[in-house]
Design a protein around this ligand. Structure first.
Ligand code: IMP
Length: 423
């Protein structure tokens, strides 16, 4: 049985949590394949709003199993906090939530290194969520990391101490020192590991291969977005994992030829949180309106997101890199009331207009070329079917589908599960 993928096509925060939650009823297994607690997936249903960071967004459905794959990095302290917040839902985690033994652990000192590294960068800082993501993936690829399975080994404490001491040495080399209370951080860390140990720790690739043979339906849930991919994103203003389709293969152990549908999620406009280039960013009232109406504040850090018009150069790039087969458009409702909607169709460069995503999209290298489409006045949040769409909204969707050469199968008109229109 093939595995379907669900990926964000912009700079994250496209609404992946909501869509996984909506789609979960059609799947037996939901598997996270990369990232860690830097992600914040918001789910709204039955008047409840819930943010997940490491736990897959299928956790609220009664029958779906949830896997945290080998490509994910786990902070046991944040993870325990997530489990604690789910207590009112009476979920049997031992039966529903499985963790790969090959997933890497975020140690307290990884977070300290993240903070020290960002502080040292000054104006060039990435705007990291400071969850220790970069240093943990560095230790993974540097072959120094500690994996979930290691905590079951008799010499695990020695391994931990060796890596911690290395980190402390590294920290001492930074010019500006950060304050921390290691004993207290370690106490919480070790206590949280006990909670992690209560869950089924598994060889997740084998679990998934068996599930595939048994014809189980599997959805791989991405975190962040394609433009934050460590290879294809706006480097160095990216995260440290492969957020694109290839990351689902390396982060779960599924073979490329077993990938089925690739669902790509995008907002009807664009947002970015943290530093880095953003050609269609708005610094005027329009951007402010998008942020206010769309409640564009980070689910993990609470930071205000930068807002701007949709960028088709970047979206086409993301669709190609991922092999997207179906699109899902989020937050069209936020654009109600704009007289005209701008769409970036190309970048102007010193060499003329280009339509591909180049090496650098810094403002000194590219500026957006726009076309304008008529806007719509109507409130979309109460709509339940496509035939109720205002004509200009339908025209916007039709234009995007034509340009992106990919069908838009879901249109979301609000944060609730119910505000989802299938086409
Ligand atoms: P890090 O992955 O926390 O180190 O952050 C690196 C960059 O990716 C920063 O610009 C973050 O704001 C951004 N980022 C990381 N995770 C997310 C996310 O889930 N949504 C949006 N941006 C993110």
């Amino acid at each position: 049985m093939s595995v379907d993928l669900l990926l964000g096509l912009q700079w994250g925060d496209e609404g992946k949590g909501k869509i996984v939650d909506v789609l979960t009823k059609d799947y037996d297994i939901i598997a996270r394949f990369q990232g860690g607690p830097n992600a914040g997936h918001t789910l709204k249903f039955d008047g409840i709003s819930h943010v997940l960071h490491t736990i897959p967004s299928g956790i609220f459905h009664p029958s779906a199993l949830n896997i945290i794959g080998n490509g994910v990095v786990i902070d046991p302290v944040i993870f325990k906090g997530e489990l604690d917040k789910l207590a009112p839902f009476n979920i049997d985690f031992a039966k529903k939530l499985f963790v790969s033994k090959k997933a890497h652990l975020i140690l307290p000192t990884h977070r300290l290194l993240d903070a020290a590294s960002e502080a040292a960068k000054g104006k060039a800082k990435i705007g990291s969520t400071l969850k220790g993501i970069g240093p943990t993936y560095m230790d993974k690829t540097g072959r120094n990391g500690i994996r979930v399975g290691d905590i079951l080994l008799s010499d695990w404490k020695l391994r931990y101490e060796a890596l911690r001491d290395k980190h402390l040495k590294m920290l001492s080399h930074y010019e500006s020192q950060i304050d921390f209370d290691l004993a207290s951080l370690e106490a919480t860390f070790f206590e949280s590991l006990e909670t992690l140990k209560e869950l089924p720790l598994i060889d997740s690739e084998d679990f998934l291969h068996t599930a595939q043979r048994e014809q189980k339906k599997i959805l791989a849930e991405g975190a962040q977005g394609s433009l934050l991919d460590v290879d294809f994103g706006t480097y160095p203003f990216v995260t440290s994992s492969t957020t694109t389709a290839a990351g689902a293969c390396t982060g779960l152990g599924i073979a490329p030829n077993t990938v089925g549908e690739v669902y790509g999620i995008f907002k009807a406009y664009t947002t970015r949180v943290g530093s880095g280039p953003f050609p269609t960013e708005l610094f005027d009232e329009d951007g402010e309106t998008m942020g206010r109406v769309g409640q564009e504040f980070g689910a993990t850090t609470g930071r205000a997101r930068r807002c701007g018009w949709i960028d088709l150069v970047a979206l086409k790039y993301a669709i190609r890199v991922n092999g997207v087969t179906q699109l899902m458009m989020m937050k069209g409702d936020v654009l109600s009331g704009f007289e005209t909607i701008k769409v970036c169709t190309a970048y102007a460069t010193a060499e003329g207009e280009i339509e591909h995503f180049p090496f650098s999209i810094e403002p000194e290298n590219v500026s957006p070329v726009y076309i304008e489409l008529p806007g719509w006045e109507e409130d979309l949040t109460q709509l339940t079917a496509e035939d109720q769409f205002p004509a200009s909204f339908s025209a916007y969707i039709a234009y995007l589908e034509k340009e992106l050469e990919t069908p838009i199968k879901i249109v979301s008109v609000g944060p609730d599960r119910k505000q989802t229109i299938f086409r």
